[in-house]
Design a protein around this ligand. Structure first.
Ligand code: C2O
Ligand code: CU
Ligand code: CU
Length: 520
C-alpha cells in the first residue's frame, strides 16, 4: 500500500511540475462562476490599477541575473503613493490602500501557465478572492473589484492556482498590501523612512544564480520546501542604515515552508503592536516571536538610545527541527529514500539564521511615545462559548496531509463546511500525532474574515516555538504545533460563496491540505 501511495504522490508531483494545470483552465471550468473579464458599469473605483504577472530577470546575487516571475503594477487612478516599487526586488509593488476605498484591479497573466491572484487577509466577494477554479490562462486578463472593509494592517497578495501556488510564489510572485485607517493614523506611528517593510523568504540557487525548486522530490513536498539563503524583500542579507529613532517594522513570512523564531540581538525585546489583522489592543513585549508562513507581525523598535554606528541584528534563533514537525519517515523509508529522492536544504527548519542588520546613523528621529492603548477595535469582540464547535483534524494518511480528514477537491464542500453568512463558529484545529512519526507544525489559514484564537492546548512543553507565538488580536493564519489543539472563533464573511481554508506551507496546500467552505 505504501508503494502504491508513493507512486500516486509521485504522479501528482509530476503533474504539478508540468507547466499545465490546463485541466483547471478558464475554458474548462464549470459554468457556475467564472472570472470577471469586464469592469462593472456601476462600480466607481477610488483606486484602479493594472497588475501584470510575467517572467522577468532581477539581480539577486553577484554574478548573473536570476530568472523570476514577478508582478508589476501600473496606477490608472488613485493617490500617487498607491503603488510602491521595491528597487531591485522580484517582489510585486507594495499596494497601499485605505479602509473604505473602492478598488479595481485589472490582472494580466503573461506567465506560461494559468494563474489567479488572492488578497491574503482581505474580506472580499467570492469572485475577487482568487479561488483556483477562477484561474485565467496565459495571455488573458480579468478584473477584480472590491471595497476595502478591513481595518489598517499588513496584508499581502499572491497567486492561488491549483497545485501550483508553491511554485509560483517561489518564482517570485508575491507582494505586500498595506491598509491604513483613521484609528491607526491617530497613533502617529513611525512612518516614511522609519517604517521598514520586511518580507522574509528563503530560496536556493544553483551555480548559475537560478532558483532551484523541488522537481517532485517527495521528502521536500512532505516537509515543505526550504531554501538555504534568507532573502529580505528579495535581497540577500544586507545592512540597512537607519536613524537612531523609533521604527515600525512590518514583517511578513512569505516563505513556502520555513518558520522563523525571531529575536533582536542584544536582548532588545520584540515590541509587538499588531498581527495579521491589524493592531493589538495593547503592545506585547516578547523575547522571541514565532512567524510561520503566511503570518505577519507589526513590531516597534526603539533605537533612540543607540550611538551612531551601532548594529542591531534580526535573527532567527535555533530550535529543534522536530519543533516544526518533520519527518524522517520513521523506519518506513529509511535513508535510502532520502538518498534516492534527491537532496534537501542544508539549512533545516530551526537552523539559526541572520535575517537582517540595522546600523544606526547619527541622525535622531522625531519624539514618539508608545500609547498605552493602541486600538479599541477589540472591544467589538467577545468570546462565544455557545457557538457551534467544529473539530478539524490535521493528519497524515496514505502519504498525504489531510485537513478535516479530507483532501482538496475543486468545488467539493462537506456538510460541516457549509456555514451561514455572518454566523460565528468555533473551529478547533487538532494536530494529530501519527504512528509513522509524520508530524508537522501547520500554519492554518482561513480566507474571508480575521478570527480570534480562543484556546491553545496540548503539544510538547519543550517545543521552544511555543513561547514565541502571539495569539492575541486578529489573525488569519494560526500555527498549530505538533500535538496541539487550537480553537479559533470565526465570524464568517457576509459575502456568499466558496472560500478556502488550508495549510500555508505551500507544498502541503498544493498536495491537497486545503478545503472549501461555502458561505450561504
Ligand atoms: Cu495566502 Cu489561500 O492563501
Ligand atoms: Cu488567504
Ligand atoms: Cu501543513
Amino acid at each position: 500500500m505504501h508503494r502504491r501511495d508513493l507512486l500516486l504522490l509521485l504522479g501528482l508531483s509530476t503533474l504539478a511540475g508540468a507547466a499545465g494545470c490546463g485541466r483547471w483552465s478558464a475554458s474548462s471550468r464549470s459554468a457556475e462562476l467564472s472570472a470577471q473579464t469586464t469592469p462593472s458599469a456601476g462600480f466607481l473605483p477610488d483606486v484602479e490599477l493594472v497588475l501584470t504577472a510575467a517572467p522577468d530577470e532581477v539581480v539577486v546575487l553577484p554574478g548573473g541575473p536570476t530568472r523570476v516571475w514577478r508582478f508589476t503594477g501600473r496606477l490608472i487612478k488613485g493617490p500617487a503613493d498607491t503603488l510602491q516599487t521595491i528597487p531591485g526586488s522580484y517582489l510585486g509593488p507594495v499596494i497601499r490602500l485605505r479602509r473604505g476605498q473602492r478598488v479595481r484591479v485589472r490582472i494580466a497573466n503573461q506567465l506560461p501557465e494559468s494563474s489567479v491572484v488572492h488578497w491574503h487577509g482581505l474580506d472580499v466577494p467570492e469572485i475577487a478572492d482568487g479561488h483556483p477554479r477562477l484561474v485565467i490562462d496565459h495571455g488573458r486578463e480579468y478584473v477584480v473589484e472590491f471595497e476595502v472593509t478591513n481595518r489598517a494592517g499588513t496584508y499581502w497578495y499572491h497567486p492561488h492556482p491549483h497545485m501550483r501556488t508553491g511554485a509560483q510564489v517561489y518564482q517570485g510572485l508575491a507582494g505586500l498590501l498595506i491598509v491604513r485607517d483613521a484609528e491607526e493614523d491617530a497613533l502617529a506611528l513611525p512612518s516614511g523612512g522609519t517604517e521598514l517593510l520586511c518580507v522574509l523568504q528563503d530560496r536556493r540557487f544553483d551555480a548559475q544564480n537560478q532558483l532551484v525548486f523541488h522537481g517532485g522530490n517527495m521528502m521536500e513536498m512532505m516537509n515543505g520546501f526550504l531554501g538555504d539563503l534568507v532573502l529580505v524583500n528579495g535581497q540577500p542579507q544586507r545592512t540597512t542604515e537607519v536613524d537612531a529613532a523609533w521604527h515600525r517594522v512590518r514583517l511578513l513570512n512569505a516563505s513556502n515552508a520555513r518558520i522563523y523564531k525571531l529575536a533582536w540581538s542584544g536582548g532588545v525585546k520584540m515590541t509587538v503592536i499588531g498581527g495579521d489583522g491589524g493592531l493589538l489592543e495593547r503592545a506585547l513585549s516578547q523575547q522571541v516571536l514565532t512567524l510561520a508562513p503566511g503570518q505577519r507581525a507589526d513590531v516597534l523598535l526603539d533605537l533612540t538610545a543607540l550611538a551612531a554606528g551601532t548594529e542591531v541584528h534580526l535573527d532567527s534563533q535555533a530550535f529543534a527541527e522536530a519543533d516544526a514537525g518533520v519527518v524522517g519517515m520513521g523506519g518506513m523509508m529509511g535513508g535510502g529514500m532520502r538518498g534516492g529522492m534527491g537532496d534537501r536544504s542544508n539549512v533545516p527548519n530551526g537552523a539559526p539564521l541572520r535575517v537582517m542588520t540595522l546600523r544606526t546613523r547619527a541622525r535622531k528621529g522625531p519624539a514618539f511615545r508608545l500609547p498605552e492603548r493602541l486600538s479599541s477595535f477589540d472591544a467589538t469582540w467577545s468570546p462565544r462559548a455557545d457557538a457551534t464547535i467544529r473539530s478539524v483534524p490535521l493528519s497524515f494518511q496514505r502519504m498525504r496531509w489531510l485537513l478535516g480528514g479530507r483532501t482538496f477537491v475543486m468545488d467539493d464542500v462537506a456538510p460541516e463546511e457549509s456555514v451561514a453568512a455572518g454566523s460565528t463558529q468555533l473551529w478547533e484545529f487538532v494536530n494529530l500525532t501519527n504512528p509513522m512519526g509524520m508530524q508537522a507544525a501547520h500554519p492554518i489559514h482561513m480566507h474571508g474574515r480575521q478570527f480570534r484564537v480562543v484556546a491553545r492546548t496540548g503539544g510538547d512543553v519543550k517545543n521552544t516555538l511555543r513561547a514565541g507565538i502571539v495569539d492575541a488580536g486578529w489573525r488569519d493564519t494560526v500555527l498549530v504545533l505538533p500535538g496541539e489543539t487550537v480553537r479559533v472563533q470565526v465570524t464568517f464573511t457576509r459575502y456568499p460563496g466558496l472560500y478556502l481554508y488550508h495549510c500555508h506551507i505551500l507544498e502541503h496546500e498544493d498536495m491537497g491540505m486545503m478545503r472549501n467552505f461555502r458561505v450561504t
